[in-house]
Design a protein around this ligand. Sequence first.
Ligand SMILES: [Zn+2]
Length: 225
Amino acid sequence: MDKLGLPGVDGMLFDLGVSSPQLDDPERGFSYMKDAALDMRMDQTALLTARTVVNEWPEEELRRIFYQYGEERHAPAVAAAICRTRRERPVETTLELADLIRRAMPAAALREKQHPAKRVFQAVRIAVNDELRAVEAMMDVAVEHLSPGGRLCVISFHSLEDRIVKLKLAGLVKGCTCPPDFPVCVCGKKPRVRLVSKKPITPGQRELAENPRARSAKLRVAEKL
Ligand SMILES: [Zn+2]
């Protein structure tokens, strides 16, 4: 925007959903249904791949990302199974990983509607691409470039992402970053935005009928002060 010489814009919409073409490309190693090398990089020049995360990150770290980024209840069992396997030989492909996850799950989890590997794959993808930190940084830059009264809209597709967006917006609403026990503000940071609606906006029946992929979408809107 600086290059375009724009002083500010009146609205920005960020769609945090990964583009379907990227996920549908079997070569990129995002899918637990098609066999490919473990990659999952959105940016092909980045150094960290899913193969490194799965084969080299410590067991506690795997457990943490499966819990936090995948909201996977069986994180300890899956992390332990991965570490057991990779002591013999590295996990190289998406189907190897998916199969290993399936075998680590208790029988009850395998009867769920979701594919048993879905949450762990999501977690690895978020870790590989450092997606959550990218979201926060993007929102800072966006608010910077909005004109007063301009609106920032963010659509997220899973609860973890939505939580990050919600917390980030709360910080921008409050402005001040002083510890809560300080009697007076010393940081001098002022509120940057106000929330247009407190609750996130979700798709209605008609939109869901036309586009089932919108099922988990949440839209949050803030207005620059
Ligand atoms: Zn302060």
